[in-house]
Design a protein around this ligand. Structure first.
Ligand code: S3P
Length: 440
């Protein structure tokens, strides 16, 4: 066992290890899981989902739709059955909707709620209540939505009084799939056409799934158009493993010296594979095998072998399709030869934690020199020099906890992570999966 759990302090210690060997699969894709419940609920008929991620964020989405009268069976093992009630089938929730830690639940749901003929209030935990909502609220108001919230609608809780929406053309100031998806989901309820143009293309799971449910969606370059939609049809959805969860194991296998790891059935949508491209650019031996398609999404197996990584420059264009992998890329950079500089990453400051500040502090705590910058970080890779290790905090951020766990595999004294239970947000069973493939 590489992972030792201290149930009293909620901390987990990861010890130095020789490598990661064997075969694993990772839980279902978080983004796709959210969308399957949202679209399944407003579709006609039954939607049967397999591979659903039973993480806390996705359970928040299920809870929200149940509170609006949708019957959802979730017997476990990734199976979820949603008894959709059609585009007009949601009813007013009797209480506040609690989105927990989930930005995706909040922002996408705000799009749907804006178009319902009822009143609703949405809020979340202390991290979510700090995250920016204006980016979604402002364009929705342009579509006719009636939303108010703290600081002029910038912060949760948001109170939404349903309204009749009209389609708009909107150029987003930031490439964000949550923003784009909120507008697309409002757009299918709005009169006429809704066109969204992004500065760069964000992940496209909503577009793919809307098509699967029979909606009209047109994409061209960085633009997407949807039309007023009368009906979505319930369907069967097979969700692939989350590449964002696989990424921890890809990096963990690369940085440890005796690794050969096969990760089965991972989603490899090109709007999400930035982490593979960046780790390959660092010299990582990563093979994408057995490529196929399931429910409109590309899927493959990933074979990773230990590699001597080198420091690289990473810009925003490269990072956009690896937006959630910033923490684990920082860990890979910490053990690479030479300097890695990540730039243009200001968005990382408004995730589940300020990931630039938190990663800078966490790397310093284990003995890795780095410099926090306004929109990025510079990391002096240790190369063949051993890291000391130490104690770090998750800051309630699941991806920080899992990234620092992988760093522990390479540290002389290992790494203790407090607040490690946060991994349940997106990867329940993370420490068990890690223990199963760790070679001490
Ligand atoms: C997500 C979009 C991204 C990502 C988040 C999930 C989604 O957020 O970081 O984990 O499912 O649409 P932004 O839209 O804020 O970039």
């Amino acid at each position: 066992m590489a992972a030792k759990k201290d149930i009293f302090s909620g901390s987990v210690k990861i010890s130095q290890a020789k490598g990661l060997r064997g075969e694993i699969s990772v839980p279902g894709d978080k983004s796709i899981s959210h969308r399957s419940v949202m679209l399944g609920s407003i579709a006609d008929g039954v939607t049967e989902v397999t591979g659903f991620l039973e993480g806390e964020d996705n359970l928040s989405t299920i809870g929200a739709f149940r509170s609006m009268g949708i019957s959802i069976d979730a017997p476990g093992h990734g199976k979820v059955v949603i008894h959709g009630k059609g585009m007009d089938g949601l009813r007013e929730p009797e209480d506040i909707i609690d989105a927990g830690n989930s930005g995706t639940t909040t922002r996408l749901l705000t799009g749907i709620l804006s178009a319902q003929p009822f009143f609703s209030v949405i809020t979340g935990d202390s991290s979510l209540r700090k995250r920016p909502m204006k980016r979604v609220v402002e364009p929705l108001i342009k579509m006719g939505a009636r939303i108010s919230g703290r600081k002029g609608g910038s912060l949760l809780p948001l109170a939404i009084t349903g309204a009749r929406l009209k389609g708009v053309y909107y150029k987003t100031p930031v490439a964000s799939a949550q923003l784009k998806s909120a507008l697309l989901l409002a757009g299918i309820y709005a009169d006429g056409e809704t066109a969204i143009e992004e500065p760069e293309r964000s992940r496209d799971h909503t577009e793919r799934m809307l098509k699967l449910f029979g909606a009209y969606v047109k994409t061209k370059g960085n633009s997407v158009i949807v039309n007023s939609t009368k009906r979505l049809n319930g369907c069967k959805i097979k969700i692939p493993g989350d590449i964002s969860s696989a990424a921890f194991f890809v990096a963990g296998a690369l940085i440890t010296s005796g690794s050969e790891l096969l990760i089965k059935d991972v989603g490899v949508n090109p709007t999400r594979t930035g982490v593979i491209n960046i780790l390959k650019k660092m010299g990582g031996s990563i093979e994408i095998l057995n490529e196929r398609e399931a429910s409109g999404e590309p899927v493959a197996d990933i074979l990773v072998k230990s590699s001597r990584l080198k420091g690289v420059e990473v810009n925003w264009q490269e990072l956009l399709s690896a937006i959630d992998e910033f923490p684990i890329i920082c860990v890979a950079a910490a053990f690479a030869e030479g300097t890695t500089r990540i730039t243009g990453a200001g968005e990382l400051r408004v995730k589940e934690s300020d990931r630039i500040a938190v990663m800078s502090g966490s790397l310093s705590s284990i003995g890795v020199k780095n410099k926090e910058e306004k929109e990025g970080i510079t990391i002096e890779g240790l190369g063949t020099i051993e890291a000391e290790g130490g104690e770090v905090e998750s800051h309630g951020d699941h991806r920080i906890a899992m990234s620092m766990a992988m760093a522990g595999l390479k540290c002389r004294k290992g790494v203790s992570i407090s607040g490690a239970a946060s991994v349940d947000v997106s990867f329940p069973g993370f420490f068990k999966t890690l223990s199963g493939v760790t070679v001490l």
